[in-house]
Structures are given as C-alpha cells and as structure tokens.
Design a protein. Structure first.
Length: 437
C-alpha cells in the first residue's frame, strides 16, 4: 500500500509539473546559475515540454554509464548541398514544406547523407553538432546489431529459447519464447505500451518506473541486501505474464521489455555489461566523433530498450555502418549476413505486422509506410531495403539502400507516441521524399 500511495503521489506531481509549463516557457529553461526554480529541469519534468528540449540532450540527469569512443574519427565528407527546406510535398491531403514539417515536430537536428556524403545538415535552437541527445527506442536497433554480432560468432541462436540463456526467465511470459520471437516482438506478453495510460499498480507502470522515465524514488532508497523487491529492469522481467487471449507468433505488438531480455542475453553471453560490449565491439570501431553513454536503471543496468545517447553525426555513422552491410571505413563492425537480413522480412513477418494496430484502417496509430517489424527494426520496403530505427518523441534513423541514403534526426516533440502524432507522420513522409530524390 505504501508503494502504491507513493506511485499515486508521483503521478500527481508529474501533473503538477505539467501545469507549470507556461511559466517555464516564458522564463526559459535552466536560466541562471543556479537555475531559477521555475526553469530547472528535474527527474520529474525532463520529458515534458518545454523542459524536454534540454532534458533529451542532458539525460545524464539520470544515472548513466559511459560508452567511450576510440581510434581515428571517421570523417564524413561533404557533397554538393541539397536545398531541401523549401521543397514542397503533400501529406494527408495537405501541402507543406520540409522545414515546416521539421519545425512542427520540434526537430533538434537533421542530417542527410547520400552516396556517403553529407548533403544537408541543420541544427535548431542551441542544439549543435557537439550536443548529445537521447536515441530513445532507436536504441532497440543498436541492441539488435549487438545481438547480431553474437549471432555471427555462433554464440547466439535466434531459434533457441530465451530460458536456455537466462535460466532466471524459466518461468513467466518469456519461458517458452525463442530469441527470434522476442526480437520480432511477437511474444504475446500481457503488457501495454500506452504512454498515456501509466496507471499505478499496472505491470507496465511498474516497468517504466524501473526504466527510469517515470521516477521511482522509493526504489532508489531500497537496500538490496535487506529487501528483495525487484529494483532493476532485469530483476523485474520474471514478473511478466503471457496474454491468455493471444498466442506467440501471431501479431506484432510493440512491447519494450522484449529488448531488455536481449540486452540481458548479450551481457550473459559476453560476460560484460551491455555498455562495455557496445563500447568494445561497436563504438570503438565506428569512427565515432564523441563518447556516448547509456542511461541506466536503479541497479545501474544500461537501458537496452531506450537509453543510448550520442551526437547526431554519430547517430548517422551508426546508420552508415548498417547501410554499408556492416562495414565502415574499411572496418568490419557487424556481420554482413545479419546486416543484409535486417530489412528482409519474411511473408510471416509481414502477416504478423499486418494484424497489428499499426495496419488497422481507422486506427489513430495507422502507419501507411510500415511493412513489417523485424529484429527491432521497422521495415518499410523489404525489396528496396528501406527501414528505420525509431524512438519516442521523434528520434528516427532512416536508411534507404536503393538510393544509398541515411537520414538521422533528433527531436523533442511534445508527446511520446510517434504513431499517435500527425506531425511525425508528416516528417516521415518528408524523409521518404528526400531519400528518393
């Protein structure tokens, strides 16, 4: 009861902070040293506008662990610039310019790379090429590529059961699921990813409290030596149950806990935390310009489902490595077979996605550009090789193999769900147009 009371109080406090937004908007965010009370970004308001524009590029306000860069920087050359801002396109029966679409989505940074060269790069407000930004759920695609390294080494079998790698999950929703079912999010767990319905007491509310986007000060205070309450995301995973009305491998459901399972497997098989695995196998090889970092849960476990933070160009470098079949600047980063297979959705995977809410006509989250969801990537065209990494509040990495294009963008949109936000659909349409130019 005490925990539930604290949760209800927390929900009230978040609502109270939301009510203070107009005052902060007039004054600015993080104004003064020390920052004035109304302008301060806190754990309570970091995802709420106008605080979020500062919060998403300073997520180390939460606990975090470093992912250091190494080696020479891969300098992305510049090509002939494309003036895209005034380009007009039509979306949902309305004509708009690209810059209108970017501004409506509260874009922080936008970069277009064609044929390996930067042809457009713009930063908005005081965001810059040296600013870090949260990837949010685009991190899922990074976790996918980390798993792909282990698959390429023969250490991870997509057809094996999750419980064969993580005995702690021998009971509960993940006990009989295969790694591939989890990576395609056809796991049929009893869970909701509705960010507008985080009700205290529900399993998804408790999960998000452990991820860290919903502050959990009570969990922070627990001494694990004296209290066995699951504090971290991994400790909480056995609490998930299967959906009694649904069978696995029937429908794609966007459920973030699936990615934590894969992050746990990566750590277990490699013998190192996810942040160290990414640093050693990806970030030290990608020619990154800046160090990266993962936000963590209360147990200092890196958030595999949404905690990665980098600069925009480094986000794009990751995309270039995927576009180039796992190679960048002469260095093999990801296995070619796995990387090539990322957008190669099977007919079954198209069917799973076709049954989802994203393809239901009339659904507010309908996505006309989506073909399938596979290995924590969104597939738009399996034949042309068009696919994206996506994160809440407007983070997108757009890859089009048919036109040799990578587009990377960070945003601080006012609401979490991209699927429910018309402005995001318009921005996605703009990226499609730019990629096909």
């Amino acid at each position: 009861m005490a925990l539930q009371a604290r949760s209800i109080a927390m929900t009230f406090c978040v609502a109270l902070y939301a009510a203070l937004q107009p005052a902060a908007a007039q004054e600015g965010v993080m104004v003064g040293v020390p920052a004035t009370p109304a302008s301060q970004v806190t754990l309570m308001n970091q995802t709420l506008p106008p605080y979020s524009r500062w919060g998403f590029r300073n997520m180390s306000v939460q606990s975090a662990v470093m992912v250091p860069r190494a080696g020479p920087i891969y300098e992305i050359p510049y090509g002939d610039p494309i003036r895209i801002e005034s380009l007009v396109f039509e979306h949902d029966g309305k004509a708009m310019t690209v810059v209108e679409a970017l501004e409506a989505e509260m874009t922080d940074g936008f970069i277009v790379i064609k044929d390996g060269r930067i042809v457009y790069e713009r930063y908005f407000g005081d965001f810059s090429e040296h600013s870090h930004h949260l990837w949010a759920s685009s991190t899922k695609s990074l976790t996918s590529m980390a798993a792909g390294i282990l698959i390429g080494e023969g250490k991870l079998d997509p057809g094996a059961k999750v419980s064969s790698y993580i005995p702690e999950l021998a009971e509960g929703a993940f006990s009989d699921l295969t790694v591939q079912q989890v990576m395609n999010m056809v796991s049929a767990i009893d869970y909701s990813e509705d960010y507008a319905d985080l009700r205290p007491g529900t399993v998804h509310y408790e999960y998000f409290r452990r991820v860290g986007l919903t502050p959990a000060f009570d969990l922070m205070q627990i001494d694990p030596k004296n209290d066995n309450t699951p504090r971290s995301t991994l400790e909480f995973l056995p609490n998930f149950k299967s959906n009694p009305k649904l069978k696995p491998s029937y429908v794609f459901e966007y459920h973030s806990p699936n990615v934590d399972v894969i992050g746990w497997i990566i750590a277990r098989l490699s013998g190192m935390p996810l942040n160290d695995f990414v640093a050693q196998n990806i970030w030290s090889k990608i020619g990154a310009e800046h160090d990266a970092y993962f936000t963590t849960d209360v147990g200092f476990v890196p958030i595999a489902t949404g905690g990665f933070n980098t600069t925009l160009r480094d986000f794009a470098r990751f995309g270039l490595a995927v576009l180039r079949d796992g190679m960048l600047n002469g260095t093999r980063i990801f296995p070619e077979t796995y990387t090539r297979a990322v957008p190669a959705a099977t007919d079954d995977e198209l069917l799973f996605t076709g049954r989802s809410s994203y393809k239901a006509e009339g659904s507010p989250g309908y996505d006309g550009l989506l073909q399938a969801y596979r290995n924590f990537w969104w597939v738009h065209d399996r034949d042309k090789g068009v696919f994206t990494a996506r994160g809440v509040f407007g983070q997108v990495l757009y890859i089009d193999r048919s036109t040799d294009t990578v587009i990377a963008t960070f945003s601080s949109a006012p609401t979490a769900s991209n699927a429910m936000r018309p402005e995001n659909h318009a921005k996605m349409a703009a990226m499609k147009m730019i990629a096909e130019m």
